[in-house]
Ligand binder design. Structure first.
Ligand code: OGA
Ligand code: MN
Length: 295
């Protein structure tokens, strides 16, 4: 049966009809998923049973090369033994629930700020694909905000004002805001990256606000002035009308376009319940092999 999507929010997010992604190899279906990403920016696939290797292989088939760990790699190795697979869990190296003062937990708490993945490196993240393996019996949701709809809703003079601006993104900055400090040696590996504040998504040609907790300043602006603009824009872009809240079920694979959305984890009792998800994120680089598909 042909793959179809049901819209879960007035602006974005499509829930896919049943499909076992680990077996999807044909270009036609992959192209349909990419077209779905262009239209919806976030796709939800239910009941996926990926092994780690299958999740990695699917990520590469869909969108090419993967990020090999990002910020946390400056101070820790992945428990999962493969840096392409991000460990989005509250478990420590021995598989136990992390202690309240575990440094990795403090770092991970940064996911509760609105962000896009890997915007503090160049190339940044394009698609993130997060698979739920263990979910708590209480809500431990992820929220997504549509940065295309948020851009469209800006006042015209704001659009003109921000058109050519660029922001510096730094994970040292976003973590510092929460009181997490990298050592000088770690910071050496985390210089940050500069990206345009307004992006045009290839294929869909939708315009999008490229914002994140990592955005530390506007290039060439006085720092406080740039931070105030960034705060205003994030406040605008995360108004309830632009936000979808995902309640995880075991087996969900959610794919989001980091160029077109922000996301954040919502709090839950992480000292009590295990929550285990795994993510791959692709590099936002030109991939000419895909350019012709679906066009
Ligand atoms: C991520 C992320 C949020 C969550 O995987 O990149 O930010 O709810 N996850 O775990
Ligand atoms: Mn994230």
């Amino acid at each position: 049966m042909a793959l179809t999507f049901r819209k879960l929010h007035q602006h974005f997010v499509g829930e896919a009809s049943p499909l076992e992604l680990r077996t999807v190899r044909d270009e036609e279906t992959l192209a349909r998923i990419r077209a779905g990403m262009d239209a919806y920016a976030v796709l939800v696939f239910r009941d996926q049973s990926f092994s780690d290797d299958e999740q990695i292989a699917f990520g590469e088939r869909l969108d090419g090369r993967l990020h090999q760990g990002t910020g946390s790699r400056a101070f820790t190795k992945s428990r999962l033994g493969n840096e392409a697979l991000s460990d989005i869990s509250n478990l420590d190296a021995s598989g136990e629930i992390m202690k309240a003062d575990d440094r990795r937990r403090h770092y991970t708490l940064g996911n509760r700020l609105w962000h896009t993945d890997a915007s503090f490196v160049d190339p940044p993240g394009r698609y993130s694909m997060l698979h739920a393996r263990v979910v708590p019996p209480v809500s431990a949701d992820t929220e997504f905000a549509d940065m295309r709809a948020a851009y469209d809703a800006l006042a015209v003079d704001t659009k003109v004002q921000i058109e050519e601006l660029r922001a510096h993104h730094s994970v040292a900055y976003s973590r510092h805001v929460l009181g997490f400090e990298f050592s000088a040696e770690e910071q050496e590996k985390l210089k940050g990256a500069i990206h345009p504040l307004v992006r045009t998504i290839p294929r869909s040609l939708r315009r999008s606000l490229y914002l994140a907790s990592h955005a530390s300043r506007i290039v060439d602006w006085p720092v406080p002035e740039g931070r105030l603009l960034l705060r205003d824009l994030i406040e605008h872009a995360t108004r309830p009308e632009f936000v979808y809240r995902h309640a995880w079920r075991v087996g969900d694979l959610v794919i989001w376009d980091n160029r077109a959305t922000m996301h954040r984890a919502r709090p839950f009792d992480d000292a009590k319940y295990r929550r285990e998800l795994r993510r791959v994120t692709t590099l936002d680089i030109e991939q000419p092999a895909f350019a012709a598909v679906g066009s």
